[in-house]
Design a protein around this ligand. Structure first.
Ligand code: UD1
Length: 429
């Protein structure tokens, strides 16, 4: 298994181009199941999760075409792919693909809406919490689907098609909102989703669906109103830039007390992250090509955060922010409200010298730690990147194991960081 080796202590200087958002790309790819015509997605990141979704779609019968890279992006990021689901040959999403990536469950809504049935493996637990899919199923049932859980699978059936419904989510869920939104586009009549997730990735999906002929009002709000159509058509859509990748590299600049321009960052999706960085003393400036993030030693102070659904502070930035807080003056209280088990990076950070105590859903970080390199490993994507960030700030050598987590969500991570002066390399094997 590959590992990443970092020699820390170098202030990073330079520019990094931000790729398309993984969490937008995955539902957008699933949306290709809603039409028999071609959906062309550009600015797709080159990541393991994207390949997993492509494999899943291929086994549903979707024809995939890889059109190379967006020239505007310098031939690196920004792949263009065609998805054509003229014929859906299988409505089953098997266990071995779903267990690899929970977002596979996003094929459920489109398959039931278009084919009247689906058999999708239950995703099961994952490292950061139990993560049930009850809200996805509740919404589809309200739209008239019959759902049965057996043999580890969700069996969903709506032989006469789905019907519009008034769906009130008791809790904000990104995935459940996306599944319901996609299903509602092909349901008969009107669907209203109350307490919908407002994440930019949900809005990106909604804009793409509108380009495919869907009628959706309230995009970007907590109340989505969808008029179902008998069919959708093909479209071309560019995936929104990744706000979590942007935030992660912003922390890389701040934690090494360096200066990085984040090329193509979408600042309107980053407001809560920007506010916290500013409160901590990080300097943010508008550059010619994107957001310039810089920080100086002694200028940074602890800030409290609480993770919340968008537009609140994202849970996917919590681990990265904690590492930064470990190195600043003063204390910080970090409260995780989205997932019940998302402090698994803490023991590893403590081994690197961070002073962190967890009490239930909150962690107290006592700052001014002098981090030192160590052998570490993490059990999920954002925890892994937080260890890389810690390694960049630490004195000496850090080896991060289980790099496959990073490959799920960060494209060319070592390359992007080493272009800014980081001493980082991948050890094969
Ligand atoms: C998405 C993101 C993930 C991010 C999360 C929260 C993708 C591919 N992944 O995950 O990176 O961390 O949003 O911003 O976009 N829940 C239920 N029942 C359900 C569904 C969810 O109780 O049926 C709970 C979850 O356990 C969690 C909370 O709702 O506590 C939010 O989860 P959700 O927004 O659904 O996360 P995902 O869509 O899985």
């Amino acid at each position: 298994m590959d590992r990443i080796r970092i020699l820390g202590g170098v202030p990073l200087e330079g520019s990094i181009s931000i790729g398309g958002a993984k969490n937008a790309a995955l539902p957008l790819m699933a949306a290709s199941l809603l039409t028999g015509e071609t959906l062309t997605l550009s600015n797709l990141p080159h990541l393991a999760d994207i390949s997993t979704m492509a494999n899943l779609l291929a086994q549903h019968g979707v024809m995939l075409g890889l059109n190379g890279a967006d020239s505007a992006k310098g031939g690196f990021a920004g792949r263009v792919m065609d998805f054509n689901a003229a014929k859906i040959s299988s409505t089953e999403a098997p266990y071995d693909l779903v267990r690899r990536m929970r977002a596979s469950v996003l094929v459920l809504g489109p398959l039931v809406a278009r084919e009247g049935k689906a058999k999708v493996s239950l995703p099961g637990g994952c490292a950061i919490g139990t993560r049930p899919v009850d809200l996805h199923l509740m919404a589809l049932e309200q739209m008239g689907a019959r759902i049965e859980l057996k043999e580890g699978y969700i069996f969903a059936e709506a032989p006469k098609g789905l019907k519009g419904a008034h769906v009130v989510f008791p809790k904000v869920s990104v995935g459940a909102t996306e599944n319901t939104l996609m299903a509602a586009c092909l349901a008969q009549g009107e669907t209203v989703i109350v307490n919908a997730a407002r994440e930019p990735e949900v809005s990106d999906l909604a804009h793409c669906l509108v380009a495919m002929g869907a009628k959706i009002e309230g995009i970007g709000t907590g109340s989505l109103r969808i008029q179902g159509q008998s069919s959708l058509h093909g479209a071309a859509h560019a995936v929104v830039p990744d706000r979590i990748e942007t935030g992660s590299f912003a922390v890389a600049a701040a934690i090494t007390r360096g200066r990085i321009e984040l090329v193509g960052a979408r600042r309107d999706t980053l407001e809560s992250v920007e506010k916290v960085l500013l409160d901590a003393g990080v300097v943010l400036e508008e550059g010619a090509k994107g957001l310039i993030v810089s920080a100086r030693e002694n200028d940074l102070v602890g800030v409290d955060i609480m993770t919340e659904p968008y537009p609140g502070f994202p849970t996917d930035m919590q681990a990265q922010f904690m590492v930064l807080m470990a190195t600043v003056k003063g204390a910080s209280m970090i409260t995780e409200t989205i997932f019940e088990n998302r402090f698994m990076h803490v023991p590893e950070l403590v081994r690197m010298g961070a002073k962190v105590n967890v009490h239930g859903a909150s962690a107290i970080v006592r700052g001014s730690a002098k981090l030192s390199g160590a052998q570490v490993m993490a059990t999920d994507l954002r925890a892994s990147v937080s260890l890389v960030l810690a390694g960049l700030a630490a004195q000496g050598e850090t080896i991060v194991n289980r790099v496959y987590h990073l490959d799920r969500g960060y494209e060319r991570l070592e390359e992007k960081l080493s272009a800014c002066g980081a001493r980082i390399e991948r050890l094969k094997g």
